[in-house]
Write a protein that binds this ligand. Structure first.
Ligand code: GLU
Length: 559
């Protein structure tokens, strides 16, 4: 066996040992070598005993010597390769040149994490193919509108990096919906129904038409004029689009297209009382705006079937429809009406309250749009239902923020004490372990050598009598505590290293996702931070919301 092969084996054995606390696994080393050097595969039988032998030698060296040896042989192997899986959305069907797609939220409030899926998927495709991404406000239910949402939604999309280049508001388009409805009535594809709603639904269940269904076109148009003129009370009449009254799917049998609502609309006031139901306005707009592809949740499947009738009646070309599976988003509050009520009650601080799942709350907590985007691209557009995983989103966010987030010590519910037995204690810790070029936090503590530990760590110190203040020194318990050198090897004897803050620490608050506020102290260097994300060692990532020379308010993001 050549020296070269032996060297290769040694290199990978050392690497495996360094990655796994000093002990290489011979099987993993065999796999790695045969994977990296295909030319050795035919010799697998011969080299396996050699690998076993070298692994055995390497395992006797100890981690420090292994690291040094590997550094000398090939220092690039000291860094773990990141397994980068590349996720791509599948191509869309029937793309001829550019696409026209849309995001069509109802302006009942700002966007929440659930809405970000459709926003990002559409944005990804328009960026891939070129074309238009339309933002369409579907505000045809005057009872479910928050006037601020017309501004908040574009702000949320902007933050998400979703670029809509056209914007429409459905309440600007009532006359057009009325005109198309008149055409449907003229063609005999719709009727004005004055039946009691329950009776009408009961008949549909039995695949039976109501008495209004087949009235002559003139009667329908006559009723329609009265309908628009306000001669009927709310609920007394509706315009219905005919489908197939015997359709095997009851949801698809005849659907309501226009109804009367006398609640004033925040934008149009009392000018219009006939409000289109989504299937009418969506179908007309998707045609009028030239949608080539529509991506929507599976919950809209029956709506797609209904809307296709309108396309067929007018002979319009249908967009390609995609229905992604439902997502269950656990452990957060998404419902706009509930959040709104809680804000009114003073229970929530606003739309960005961290207990909610709004895009604003994500932004405030330091969840980056890149992570949200990656989450939905990786989820794809398959029709299978999924459970949203906050842990996965946090993992993706960690990948985005970790490099820029400098490290700081934070102690919760601080307990103060003094250290005796030395004049001045000095130490330093890197701002970021992977980025020594950013410098360090430098500590110099002189009399009365006061430090703070978290309440929990102080209790542990009291019980265990020994502790190490990370990157500073070892202590023995007492009042005052006694300086006990700075030998890190004390950790091998089971002494624990804890975070600490000196007397110059800043008052810190940490707002948690459940709305509770933790209080503590944080290292003073945090006041100079220019990035808003930091990692509080042993606690997790946090976003700095406010700070001055004396205090810092932070929001917990995730571990
Ligand atoms: N306003 C509807 C929604 O947000 C539109 C969905 C659609 O037509 O795809 O659910």
């Amino acid at each position: 066996m050549s020296d070269e092969i032996e060297q290769t084996i040694r290199k990978y054995a050392l690497q495996n040992a360094v990655f796994f606390k000093g002990t290489a696994n011979p099987k993993a080393v065999v796999g790695k070598i045969l994977g990296s050097c295909p030319e050795l595969r035919s010799k697998a039988g011969e080299i396996t005993p050699l690998i076993n032998q070298i692994v055995e030698e390497v395992n006797k060296m100890g981690l420090e010597a292994q690291t040094k040896a590997l550094e000398e042989m090939d220092s690039s192997l000291l860094v773990k390769e990141k397994k980068e899986r590349k996720y791509e959305l599948p191509d869309l069907k029937n793309v001829n040149g550019k696409v026209v797609m849309r995001i069509a939220p109802g302006p009942s409030g700002p966007l929440h994490i659930g809405h970000t899926r459709v926003s990002i998927l559409n944005d990804e495709y328009v960026k891939r193919y070129g074309g238009d991404l339309v933002l369409r406000f579907e505000d045809t239910n005057p009872e479910k509108i928050d006037p601020d949402a017309y501004d908040m939604i574009p702000e949320d999309l902007d933050w998400l990096g979703v670029k809509c280049n056209k914007q429409y508001i459905q309440s600007d388009r009532f006359e057009m919906y009325y005109d198309y409805t008149r055409k449907l009535l003229e063609m005999g594809h719709a009727y004005v129904c004055t039946c009691n709603g329950d009776d009408w639904r009961a008949l549909k269940e039995k695949k039976q038409k109501c008495p209004c269904h087949d009235l002559p076109v003139e009667t329908q148009l006559d009723r329609y004029d009265k309908f628009l003129a306000g001669d009927y009370a709310d609920g007394e009449a509706v315009v219905v689009v005919k489908t197939d009254i015997a359709h095997p799917n009851p949801a698809v049998r005849d659907f309501v297209a226009l109804r009367l609502v006398r609640t004033p609309h925040p934008r149009t006031g009392e000018k219009y009382i006939a409000y289109p139901m989504m299937n009418l306005s969506v179908a007309i707009d998707d045609h009028e705006m030239g949608m080539t592809h529509v991506i929507r949740g599976k919950d809209h499947l029956n709506n797609t079937f209904r809307q296709e009738y309108i396309f067929d009646y007018f002979g319009w070309k249908k967009p390609e429809y995609y229905h992604y599976g439902l997502v269950n988003i656990p452990d957060t509050v998404l419902k706009t009406s509930i959040i709104k009520q809680s804000i009114r009650d003073g229970e929530y601080t606003g739309w960005d309250d961290v207990r909610t799942g709004t895009v604003r709350a994500m932004k405030r907590r330091g969840i980056r749009p890149e992570a949200i985007r990656r989450y939905w691209v990786e989820s794809g557009i398959k029709s299978v239902d999924i459970e949203f995983s906050w842990q996965n989103l946090y993992g993706m966010n960690r990948d985005v923020i970790d490099t820029d987030a400098n490290r700081f010590f934070y102690v919760q519910d601080p307990v103060k004490f003094d250290i005796d037995g030395i004049d001045k204690i000095e130490g330093e810790a890197p701002k970021h372990p992977d980025h020594p070029e950013r410098g360090s936090r430098v500590y110099s503590i002189s009399a009365p050598r006061t430090v703070y530990l978290s309440d929990a760590d102080y209790k542990m110190f009291q019980d265990e009598k020994q502790i190490r203040l990370k990157d500073l020194c070892n202590l023995e318990f007492g009042t005052p505590a006694k300086y006990n050198g700075n030998d890190v090897s004390i950790l091998k004897k089971g002494v624990r290293a804890v975070q600490w803050v000196a007397a110059d620490g800043l008052d810190a608050t940490l707002l948690m996702p459940d709305g509770s506020v933790l209080k503590g102290l944080v290292e003073p260097d945090i006041a100079k931070e220019t990035n808003d994300m930091v990692q509080l060692e042993r606690i997790g990532f946090a976003r700095i919301e406010k700070k001055d020379a004396k205090s810092v308010s932070m929001i917990f993001a995730h571990r």
